[in-house]
Design a protein around this ligand. Structure first.
Ligand SMILES: *[C@@H]1O[C@H](CO)[C@@H](O)[C@H](O)[C@H]1NC(C)=O
Ligand SMILES: *[C@@H]1O[C@H](CO)[C@@H](O)[C@H](O)[C@H]1NC(C)=O
Ligand SMILES: *[C@@H]1O[C@H](CO)[C@@H](O)[C@H](O)[C@H]1NC(C)=O
Ligand SMILES: *[C@@H]1O[C@H](CO)[C@@H](O)[C@H](O)[C@H]1NC(C)=O
Ligand SMILES: *[C@@H]1O[C@H](CO)[C@@H](O)[C@H](O)[C@H]1NC(C)=O
Ligand SMILES: *[C@@H]1O[C@H](CO)[C@@H](O)[C@H](O)[C@H]1NC(C)=O
Ligand SMILES: *[C@@H]1O[C@H](CO)[C@@H](O)[C@H](O)[C@H]1NC(C)=O
Ligand SMILES: *[C@@H]1O[C@H](CO)[C@@H](O)[C@H](O)[C@H]1NC(C)=O
Ligand SMILES: [Zn+2]
Length: 725
């Protein structure tokens, strides 16, 4: 029998059925340099793209070896394959020994892709490889324990990445990308506990959300720090060895960790890990700790309350009974001044609404709680302590750990948003930033400030808002310069992207003209697909900016580059940028293409095109109209990916700020409430967010306008004392 192939398979190890995968393809493969004692490690891709798999081939086996040693359990299979698929609904899937990826999550072209693309590839590969132990070797008993799987992989992916890309200082990036990012969602009344019962397939899709991944990772990191690294690692290894080839619930992990922590005396013998962690997994949300210092007495009163982003008396009543076990670490000028010690000095227990505790801090010194933001909570202080912190930041911000600077900015601006701190104080915290060269605090600040930017966009204050931003950015813009240099460390490159992107967004003239020049130069190339003068890291916003300020010619030029590119990350960058146009008819056509087979936009990319349109100033209305008009078409086009439609709803709702728009959203829910599937929760969250946007305007607009007036008028220029980095 010619043309027939008969494959024979050995008996597999005991495993969950969701982890079985077969691939039939004409793809090519490359084997990694063989480590004789390790598994055979291969990468697979389309023939035309296999050269882009070099990076994955290089880091994959190194990360695998790292996890073998970290978990202290050898990888049990004789081989590990990783394959890049051109059309794939998820980002990646951890099938045991045959991991499947989107092309953007595995393929890296050194001449085209950005540093961000590369970092993302490292984190996704590390995430999937971590699942080979956590999820595959030991598997969850039921979907309700999915968060443990995902949270865990989302945490240790940072360790695996740190091992192969130490320059990324990715453990510092964690606080911004995970904790602070998920705080925004988990602060809503429509959030949910991380541990939820699951009865219906829609509920499975629904829990693949930021709460399972981001909050899961954050509370596991908190646990790592309160147990200490040695106990955490040993307990984990015991758990994996005890339960290998078996299924578990979260309690089995808590038990192994408790046992180890008691042996090591890192946890009090009348508390278990389960007792502590239940307060974080069974309740939604997170606490804010109000710290009121007694200055002469060297003690402080710590009060825990659930953080509520939006005032709602009914809900506040319900939240009165919410309590957590909260590990308290702190630093000051003379105590833990290096911000190294993250182990708790003491706990606020679940039974304690407040706890008045002695602290080693002089009355003239600032106090900062939650060292390196290892605890999953926000902190507020009495105004005097905020002022001491602000003084330190303006005198010499380097005295305070960069991760805690990020925390202070994110906490202050969000406490103000929740009416727990005057905006005056929060804005005063931001003024030192002109001297801060560090990526992490700026990233936190820009994330929090982009909310204010969106809220002010259509208001008379937008002009002075931009003026204030330019005053903060100017110094940094001059320091990093528009053009990258080959010897720039990775985080300086990331920092540059942020600074330059914002400088352009607030109309910094130099930035705007550089962008124009670069894109113009590209359009003049005779072979634009082989020569692109736009630096790889700048492409995302340079393209967007050119499309925004250009017309049909620019759009068509870029669309053609999209069609001809062989690099998935570049295609992805272009797809997002094409949504930046202000031409209504082009946007409407683009939305339609997103759900039209054969248009050139792959099914996997359809929802991200709609989301990208929804994030634009003009596009948000068009996208909202589009999903209302075409809901049935959308549902049919994305049958399994319905949970990513939640992402569209989220993008749209960020831009809606008026009661009229809220009403439209409520009508949408009424009309389709039986048909929302896994997007139901996202719609509720959107309604809550828009309600909050409306309330925010009423409460804060005036104070912010006044502060900005004061800060940007030359005669009242607030001096920021010089400082060193
Ligand atoms: C098949 O499995 C057996 C034991 O499970 C092992 O000894 C043998 O080497 C495996 N064969 C192959 C080809 O992997
Ligand atoms: C080869 O793999 C083994 C076990 O998987 C590991 O201990 C060793 O360090 C690896 N060697 C290299 C050079 O990566
Ligand atoms: C990147 O560009 C260099 C120089 O132009 C070339 O030698 C190399 O093959 C290119 N690499 C890839 C992966 O295309
Ligand atoms: C799996 O765990 C159960 C306890 O939940 C135990 O009874 C069983 O023997 C274990 N199976 C294996 C293969 O270890
Ligand atoms: C601590 O604060 C709580 C309320 O936030 C208050 O009820 C309590 O009396 C305070 N305790 C001390 C010792 O000041
Ligand atoms: C407050 O929360 C309740 C319960 O979730 C909700 O029904 C009500 O609409 C909310 N009130 C406001 C003003 O948002
Ligand atoms: C600022 O603080 C850092 C870290 O403590 C220190 O290394 C540096 O010398 C200080 N700079 C100035 C100007 O005091
Ligand atoms: C904020 O800074 C301004 C200028 O330094 C000062 O006048 C104001 O009192 C500060 N506000 C607070 C609440 O500290
Ligand atoms: Zn995962």
């Amino acid at each position: 029998m010619e043309d027939w192939v008969w494959d024979h398979y050995n008996k597999s190890v005991p495993m969950s059925t969701y982890l079985v995968a077969f691939v039939v393809s004409d793809f090519e493969s490359r084997q990694s340099d063989r480590n004789l004692s390790g598994p055979v490690f291969s990468v697979w891709a389309r023939k035309d793209a296999i050269h882009q798999a070099e990076y994955a081939r290089d880091i994959g086996p190194r990360i695998l070896t790292f996890f073998e040693s970290y978990f202290n359990v050898p990888f049990p299979l004789p081989k590990q394959d990783m394959i890049a698929l051109p059309d794939f609904n998820a980002g990646a899937m951890e099938n045991w020994g045959l991991i499947t990826y989107r092309e953007t999550a595995m393929l890296y072209d050194v001449n085209v892709s950005s540093d961000y693309n590369r970092q993302r590839i490292a984190t996704v590969i590390a995430h999937e490889l971590a699942h080979q132990w956590f999820g595959n070797l030991v598997t969850p008993s039921w979907w309700s324990d999915l968060w443990l799987n995902e949270g865990f992989a989302s945490y240790v992916e940072y360790m695996g990445t740190d091992h192969v890309e130490p320059d990324a200082k990715i453990l510092e990036q964690f606080v911004v990308d995970e904790i602070q990012n998920v705080f925004a969602l988990d602060a809503l009344d429509s959030s949910h506990p991380i541990s939820v019962p699951v009865h219906h397939p829609d509920e499975i899709n629904e829990i693949f959300d930021r709460i399972s991944y981001g909050k899961g990772a954050s509370i596991i990191r908190m646990m790592n720090h309160f147990l200490t690294e040695a106990s955490f690692k040993a307990g984990l290894s015991n758990y994996l060895n005890k339960w290998k080839y078996n299924s578990t619930t979260q309690n089995n992990l808590w038990d192994s960790l408790t046992e180890q922590a008691w042996t090591d005396r890192t946890l009090d013998s009348h508390v278990t890990v389960g007792t502590i962690m239940d307060t974080w997994t069974l309740q939604k949300g997170f606490p804010v700790i109000q710290v009121d210092r007694n200055y002469p007495g060297k003690h402080a009163n710590f009060t825990q309350t659930k953080f509520q982003l939006i005032k709602n008396a009914t809900m506040a009543k319900e939240y009165e009974s919410y309590r957590w076990w909260i590990p308290i670490s702190y630093a000051s000028k003379t105590f833990n001044a290096e911000f190294k010690r993250t182990k708790p000095e003491f706990w606020i227990k679940k039974e304690e609404k407040w706890n008045d505790h002695g602290i080693h801090v002089d009355k003239t010194d600032w106090l900062i709680i939650n060292v390196q933001q290892t605890g999953y909570y926000r902190v507020n202080y009495d105004i005097r302590n905020w002022q001491l912190i602000i003084d330190q930041l303006s005198k010499n911000h380097s005295v305070i750990h960069n991760v805690n600077r990020a925390q202070l900015l994110d906490d202050a601006l969000n406490l103000a948003r929740a009416s727990l701190l005057p905006y005056d104080v929060a804005f005063n915290v931001t003024q030192y930033l002109k001297n801060d060269d560090d990526f992490v605090p700026w990233e936190s600040f820009l994330n929090a400030f982009s909310y204010i930017s969106t809220m002010l966009l259509r208001s008379p204050s937008y002009g002075i808002f931009k003026k204030y931003m330019r005053s903060l950015l100017e110094n940094q813009y001059n320091r990093v310069q528009f053009m990258q240099r080959d010897d720039d460390p990775l985080l300086k490159r990331f920092h540059r992207i942020n600074i330059v992107q914002w400088a352009c967004a607030v109309d910094s003239p130099d930035c705007v003209s550089q962008v124009k020049q670069l894109f113009g130069a590209w359009m003049n190339e005779t072979e634009p697909d082989n020569a692109n003068p736009v630096p790889m890291n700048m492409r995302g916003f340079v393209y967007c900016s050119a499309i925004k300020n250009g017309g049909e010619t620019e759009w068509n030029f870029l669309w053609e580059r999209y069609s001809l590119s062989n690099v998935a990350s570049e295609k992805n960058t272009i797809l997002r940028a094409l949504a930046c146009t202000r031409e209504t008819w082009i946007l409407n056509r683009y939305l339609l293409w997103a759900v039209t087979p054969g248009s050139g936009i792959r099914k996997q990319d359809g929802t991200s095109v709609i989301s990208a349109v929804a994030r634009g100033d003009i596009g948000s209305y068009l996208a909202f109209n589009f999903i209302r008009d075409k809901w049935t078409v959308i549902r049919e086009h994305f049958p399994v990916g319905l949970f990513s439609i939640g992402g569209i709803v989220t993008s749209i709702s960020n831009r809606l700020t008026t009661p009229f728009e809220l009403n439209e959203l409520l009508n949408f829910k009424t009309k389709y409430h039986n048909d929302l599937g896994a997007a139901a929760r996202a719609v509720d969250q959107a309604i809550e967010r828009v309600t909050a946007n409306i309330q925010w305007h009423g409460d804060n607009y005036k104070a912010i306008d006044e502060w900005l007036q004061r800060a940007t008028s030359a005669e009242n220029e607030i001096p920021v004392t010089s400082s060193a980095g």
